[in-house]
Design a protein around this ligand. Sequence first.
Ligand SMILES: Cc1ncc(COP(=O)(O)O)c(C=O)c1O
Length: 467
Amino acid sequence: MTAGATEADREARATPALDGLITDDQGPQVANADDPAGILRSGLLAGLDPGGLADRFGTPLYVYDLDLVDRQVDRLRAVLPEPVELAYALKANPSLAVVAHLGRRGLGADIASAGELATALRAGIAPGSIVFTGPGKGEAELALAVERGIRAVTVESPAELERLERIAAAAARRVPVLLRAAVSDPARHEVVRLIGDEGAGKFGMDRSDLRHAARRAARSEHLELLGLHAFGASNVREADVLAEHVAATVALAVEVTREAGLPLRLVDAGGGLGIPYRADEAPLDLAALGARLTAQADRWRREPATRPMRLLLEPGRFLVGPAGAYLARVVDRKTVDGQAVAILDGGIHHLLRPALVGQEQRIHVFTLTPGGGGPLPAGEAAGSVTIAGPLCSGLDVLSRGAVTAHPAVGDLVAVLDAGAYGFTEAMPFFLSHPIPAEVVVVGGRAELVRPRLEPETWLGWQRDPGL
Ligand SMILES: Cc1ncc(COP(=O)(O)O)c(C=O)c1O
């Protein structure tokens, strides 16, 4: 199946998004209900008073509940059979505190740049638990990966294999590699479904190049071929689709390594475990996924070719998405042609995903002001209020009809499920608003993990040569 554009790739699509990409296919968005196992529980955010968080750290603000991250780790691990290991995909949320927390839980890391490698290492993740995947790795990045002795470099093209071999030879090292298989099933991909692009071949190698690359690696003194990598699809909530992707990747890996005359030691089936973003979306059936993978693992144990193999999964969104919220304050309130509108001090410059993929996320209004939070006054459009940010772009709208609680100026609004592809996939410099702080909450205690930045900070980095 699969692969193509990743959630992170949508960053590259930000420009067309700003030109009017929003689709009308938003579906019914229901404002979030309290969920005892979610970030919004008992009227609080991550177990804390949102007003207190806003006063202490300012708004807009990113809040990550690490207890919920733990819960996702535990739920996933509980269903996975023994040969499966987890490497957290840093691209979902590279906040040092989040990465370090997952490292302490024993997860490895999937990185896509030297910056993410530095983050994983500073987070305390051992090089031997880090895999490096992604197109366009630079020479210096490859050299660093070789020097640090990471678990595997996933090679995306024949030319990259040559570069890596040269770098490993110069360093007198033998570097473990996975070869990335290009896979395509556009219908499976979130972006493809919504926007219609699967990356046009930028990920991995076709079958013929895979086979050549495997033979070349088998002959090389400086390359140690472990197996294959294939990223399926992003945000998949169908257990069968995920399990089929694993089965297809393992089958291909067996074929390619057998032809090259090498044992198969590692298959990396990527991430892609999905989460619901809408109240009417069903969550991924973890029990079903576990049952499918357990049945496969039984077969791998029976076959000599797959018996020694480990399977790596690189989830990002599933682990951290539901654990994050973006908290912003209502700064203006009006009614335009009967439509109620609330303007926030934050918007898509900090949480681009809704505009990028054309899908709103659940929003909860915290009423702090007398008169806020009630139903809209009679005469205002369909009982809903538009929730929009402060950018001078029509795309900076976080909700177009789902929110029926009436926020007043001073109230707080939380966009839920913002822990993955939130802060990291933003465009924080657009319009020079402050860049939000990031805060983690553990056991009801909030800690600042990245400070809020005021525009003066990056103004101070600049100079006018006065030419
Ligand atoms: C190679 C690779 N691995 C893992 C992931 C993480 O995917 P997800 O956050 O959907 O689990 C991505 C996402 O783009 C990816 O490209």
